[in-house]
Structures are given as structure tokens and as C-alpha cells.
Design a protein around this ligand. Structure first.
Ligand code: NI
Length: 432
């Protein structure tokens, strides 16, 4: 932990710039100037001067991408156990490795994750993990936006539950004292198979008392659903709803094995399902999230990568394509079109996290990415949305602005080499 604290002096964000002008970028298919004042988009159009001028020629501008479900520090476990059945993977590889984690490892694992996210166009993410104060410091030092929740796991044990309640309250207080508008606390009970009913009820009550969002995993596997019917006589969604857990402040990761009743409940409560297609396919959960049925009920699904141990990268451009292709595997080529994949990854994602970003319009937070349009895979560009979803991957991202600050220009990020070196050192500790 101390190691992480000592590293806070690294100057990641250069001198304060009050205004930024992006000139001649393509916005919604039209050449535009985007003017940013402090941390907001103040004008699209006429202004021609600013403290920092970015030449946007040969780029398309998009809102920063939003990763609505991840465990950022799991970058340290990238490739540590692959091609294994879910339970064997968790029990023999992931859990023993996670038992060795400390705050310093989580800090550098998260810093590495954030650099990877910035390089692939993500400006906000929703995280659930341990040593969350170190995660919050990593977010503070990196300039991105995040919703952060301590992974509450009581394993149906009362003593553990009391401890998790204390940890959650402590982390929420920590975020309050940080007083950083880029960082928000969430309450994050892991799942119904790792958290008792009392733990889930406490989480929902505490979140609502504090006005915080809830983040959990729901119906990822068929086994989870079968077990729920056996133990509670109802589906995981119905079980959560029966205790008043579900609402428009809930981000429900995976939400794969949902039946029509479950979907109706999601629609009624305004739940945000976070679709994690790469993780679902890699861990072979056996089917795709029922996206089209959700849309018919007016639900707005959002998108996430899940942790790097089950993906194995955090590239949201790639994730959009994966999501669209997975839905089309059903036999319907019109399912999840590019336009909606973009909405999942931007506008809807940011609504789910509760930030006023996700659109490049006056008054919105200045979270903007520029994607190169003069690279082979983006040429020719008949339709910018199709190019962004189906042709681009993270390496097409040139510039990233978050909260009115330039975090990456020409693919250069301050502190990248150090974060990679430190993360590599931290990962060595799994073998010690
Ligand atoms: Ni997850």
C-alpha cells in the first residue's frame, strides 16, 4: 500500500489548460470545430482559437467509450489461466492468485488497465474489485472517470458480512473525502451466489440512503439460474426483485440467462444490463444475452469487457464488434446494428454510470476521442458508424480527452512506460 502512495507524485496531467479547440474533425459525418471550455463542451462551430489547438484533420470525433463492467486490476492476471472450465479456472487459478494481491499490486494493475483503456478510447469505467482505495488513487492519477465499488462477498457468513459492510462504508467515505467529480462510489455486492440475502438487502438499502449506484453480476451461467430455482424457488432476477434490490440505479453485469419474466422485471425497474460478449464466449456460458428481446421491452443494454483475465483485453471498440457479431449469430443480420453498438458504448453507458457525458453536444462533459480516418482499415469510409464498429480497433484511436484534459495525443500517454514496467514486476509476485 505504501508503495502505491509514494508513487502519487508522478506528473501525469500536464499544466492546466482552460480551453481546447479540436479543428476540422469529422463529427457525425460533418467537418466540425469542437470547442471545450474547462471540462465541458461549450460550442460546436465558430470559435477558432483556444489555449490548446488540436488539428483534427483525418480524424472522426466520438464521445469517449464507457466500459460498464470490469475488474481493472485483473490486467495482472491476463493470460494467467485460459481455456479452462469456469469453476476450475476460478478455484485453481484466479482465487489463489487473488489471495496474493495487495494494494500496491492493485494500484499498478489498475494504472496499466487505464492506460490500455485510454489507448483504445475508453474514458470512463465501472469497476468492482478489492483494495478499492488504491483503484481510486489510480483513477485520480490517470485523469479518467470511474464508478468504483468494493466487491462485497460474505459467503453467507455473518462475521464476514459485518466486515464487508464496514469495508463498503469505509470505501464510500474515502471517495467522499477525495471530493473528485471524476470518481463516484458504488455499492457492489458480487452476486447472489456469493452474498447472503441480508448482505444484498443491506447493500440496496445503503446505496439508496446514500444515493449511490448498485453494481452486481446477474445470471451469468445456467448453473446460477438452476441453483437459484433450487434454493429460492425463483430466478436470480426474481429473487433480487423480491427484496426490492432492482431499480434504475442497478448495473447488472452479464444478464445472459434471462427468461421473458426476467426481462419484463428489468424493463419495469429500469435495470441496466451490462453485456460482456467476449467474456461470455471465452468462459463458454452457453448462449448470448437476449439483446433483441430486451430492446423490444425498451431496455437499454450497455457494454463492458469484464476483467482482462476473461477477455483478455479492455478494447471497447473490439467489444462493440464482438457484441454485434454475437447477436447476428442467431440468424438475424439486422440484430444489434452498428448505430446501437455505439449507443451502448457511449450515450447509454454514461447514463448507466450517472455521468453527464456520452454525447458531443454543448453542455456535456468533454470526454472525446479522435479516431484516425486515414489508416488502411478505415479507408474508404462510406459510413463512419460502420467503420468505427466493424473496421476499427483500439489502435485506431489517436487522441483522448477526458474532463477537458488531453490524456493522449498521437497515441502518447505520460507515464506509460513506467506503468508497464511496474505492472510486470507486480505480476511476478504471483510466482513468489
Ligand atoms: Ni465480472
Amino acid at each position: 500500500m505504501e508503495g502505491a502512495i509514494q508513487n502519487l507524485h508522478i506528473p501525469l496531467i500536464s499544466a492546466i489548460i482552460m480551453s481546447i479547440l479540436i479543428k476540422n474533425t469529422l463529427l457525425g459525418g460533418k467537418e466540425s470545430h469542437i470547442y471545450i471550455e474547462e471540462n465541458r463542451i461549450s460550442e460546436i462551430g465558430r470559435i477558432t482559437e483556444a489555449d490548446e489547438v488540436i488539428d483534427g484533420a483525418n480524424t472522426i470525433a466520438m464521445p469517449g467509450l464507457v466500459n460498464t463492467h470490469t475488474h481493472a486490476a485483473m490486467t495482472l492476471l491476463r493470460g494467467y489461466g485460459d481455456d479452462m472450465p469456469l469453476h476450475e479456472w476460478l478455484q485453481n487459478r484466479i482465487w489463489p492468485a487473488e489471495a496474493k494481491l495487495d494494494g500496491e499490486m492493485v494500484y499498478w494493475g489498475t494504472r496499466l488497465a487505464i492506460i490500455e483503456m485510454i489507448k483504445s478510447g475508453t474514458t470512463a469505467f465501472n469497476d468492482m474489485y478489492f483494495f478499492m482505495e488504491d483503484v481510486a488513487r489510480a483513477v485520480q492519477d490517470s485523469g479518467v472517470r470511474a464508478l468504483l465499488g468494493y466487491g462485497f462477498i460474505d459467503l453467507f457468513d455473518e462475521e464476514k458480512r459485518e466486515n464487508e459492510i464496514k469495508e463498503t462504508e469505509k470505501f464510500v467515505r474515502f471517495v467522499e473525502t477525495m471530493n473528485n467529480p471524476r470518481i463516484k462510489a458504488a455499492v457492489a455486492p458480487h452476486a447472489i451466489y456469493t452474498v447472503s440475502r441480508e448482505g444484498l438487502e443491506w447493500s440496496a438499502e445503503f446505496a439508496r440512503e446514500k444515493g449511490l449506484r448498485l453494481h452486481t453480476h446477474v445470471s451469468e451461467t445456467e448453473k446460477e439460474v438452476k441453483d437459484s430455482f433450487e434454493q429460492h424457488g425463483m430466478s436470480p432476477v426474481k429473487y433480487l426483485d423480491s427484496m426490492g434490490f432492482l431499480g434504475s440505479d442497478v448495473i447488472a453485469a452479464h444478464s445472459v440467462w434471462l427468461d421473458d419474466r426476467d426481462i419484463e422485471i428489468y424493463a419495469k425497474r429500469g435495470v441496466w444490463p451490462s453485456h460482456n460478449p467476449a467474456s461470455n464466449m471465452k468462459l463458454a456460458v452457453g448462449r448470448a444475452m437476449p439483446y433483441s428481446r430486451m430492446r423490444k421491452h425498451g431496455i437499454k443494454p450497455v457494454l463492458g469487457t469484464d476483467g482482462a483475465a476473461s477477455n483478455n483485453n479492455l478494447d471497447m471498440l473490439e467489444e462493440m464488434k464482438t457484441a454485434a457479431l454475437l447477436q447476428k449469430l442467431s440468424g438475424d443480420p439486422t440484430a444489434l446494428p452498428a448505430h446501437e453498438a455505439l449507443k451502448m458504448a457511449t450515450e447509454w453507458g454514461t447514463q448507466a454510470l450517472g455521468f453527464n457525458a456520452g454525447k458531443i453536444e454543448e453542455g456535456y462533459l468533454a470526454d472525446i476521442i479522435l479516431i484516425r480516418s486515414d489508416i488502411p482499415e478505415m479507408t474508404p469510409m462510406h459510413n463512419w458508424e460502420s467503420s468505427a464498429v466493424y473496421a476499427a480497433n483500439g489502435s485506431a484511436v489517436d487522441t483522448v480527452i477526458c474532463d477537458g484534459r488531453t490524456l493522449m495525443r498521437n497515441r502518447r500517454i505520460d507515464g506509460e512506460e513506467e506503468a508497464i514496467r511496474r505492472a510486470r514486476e507486480m505480476a511476478e509476485r504471483f510466482y513468489g
